[in-house]
Design a binder for this molecule. Structure first.
Ligand code: C5P
Length: 301
């Protein structure tokens, strides 16, 4: 019997992001705070017995879709063959610092082993996730979490309130590897100052008066001054904090109250098209867990 599930695959923002030093393996050591938000893609997954055949269709053409890579890694790890179909509807903008591709890959890791009747242990899922991309393991967890190392070493933080947030994604594509290169970090042992500053910030969450920081802003704002002016506008409209997410180009602002966020959304929509301004809220780990339990409730395994 074929099995079918429809899953929501959530986006993330980085509430803080510090890039420390370059590592011998070419990656950079980070200190970041990941947070899931309510902006989501939808993926329909069908799975039936047979020789392996993978079909991926959706509302966008995505080269090197991580859904395909994640499927290959699940089939290898479970030693299963199957006919698997995906139909996705993307709402999370691509290459925008919102982790859409990584979230889709994690959705495959969470759903497919169960649909194949071969659930994988958490350690194995984390290992597969890290091999697919630095942001993928976070989406196995959701909520708020500190990410260290490449971003794959995760420490869950207590749930933050479901603060309303506004995202502005002005259609600028920022290449992540280029943004890292532009930072020109050395391989020298890291300066401890940013670590202490980061630690003090984490300990004061969810106080919205804290000074959040994204190291990529320095290099990305230089190239795209428009992003800096978006952040300044969000601050003027009362958002705290207002910050770029990941290596950009999304700039988000968090509001303590929904009507404040909605007022900011109305003001920003005069300047940005509907698909460039998204009103969302933070999604806690308990809501993320409940969403995944609901999504996979009917699946054996
Ligand atoms: O892991 P992921 O495939 O998402 O990384 C994309 C690129 O971003 C890497 O090839 C690397 O250039 C850069 N990166 C990095 N340090 C990290 C994460 C990513 O230098 N911690």
């Amino acid at each position: 019997m074929p099995t079918h599930v429809r899953v929501r695959s959530l986006a993330k923002i980085n509430l803080d992001l510090r890039v420390l030093h370059k590592r011998p393996d070419g990656y950079h050591d980070l200190r970041t705070i990941f947070q899931t938000i309510s902006l989501a893609d939808t993926i329909d997954i069908t799975c039936s017995p047979g020789r392996t055949k993978i079909d991926i269709n959706g509302n966008l053409n995505i080269p090197d879709n991580l859904i395909a890579k994640a499927t290959d890694s699940v089939l290898a790890a479970t030693r299963k063959t199957a006919r698997i179909g995906f139909v996705f509807s993307k709402r999370i903008p691509l290459g925008a610092g919102l982790g859409g591709g990584s979230s889709n890959a994690a959705a495959v890791l969470l759903a497919l082993p169960r649909m194949l009747g071969k659930p994988l242990p958490t350690e194995k899922l984390i290992e597969l996730a890290a091999s697919l991309g630095s942001d993928v393991p976070f989406f196995l967890l959701g909520g708020a979490a500190v990410g260290l190392g490449r971003g794959t070493e995760l420490y869950p933080l207590p749930d933050l309130p479901a603060f309303p947030a506004l995202l502005i994604t002005p259609g600028i594509h920022v290449s992540t590897p280029e943004a890292y290169r532009a930072l020109a970090r050395s391989e020298a042992t890291l300066d401890t100052a940013p670590i202490f500053a980061f630690q003090s910030l984490v300990s004061r969450l969810p106080d919205s008066r804290i000074e959040c920081q994204n190291d990529f802003e320095m290099v990305v704002f230089r190239q795209h001054p428009q992003l800096k002016s978006i952040r300044e506008k969000l601050l003027k409209l009362g958002a705290r904090p207002a910050l770029m997410s990941g290596s950009g180009s999304t700039v988000f602002g968090i509001s303590a109250k929904k009507d404040l966020r909605d007022r900011a959304a109305r003001a920003m929509r005069r300047e940005f098209a509907g698909d460039q301004a998204h009103s969302v809220q933070l999604v806690s780990r308990s809501r993320y867990d409940a969403m995944w339990r609901r999504q996979l409730a009917g699946v054996r395994g």
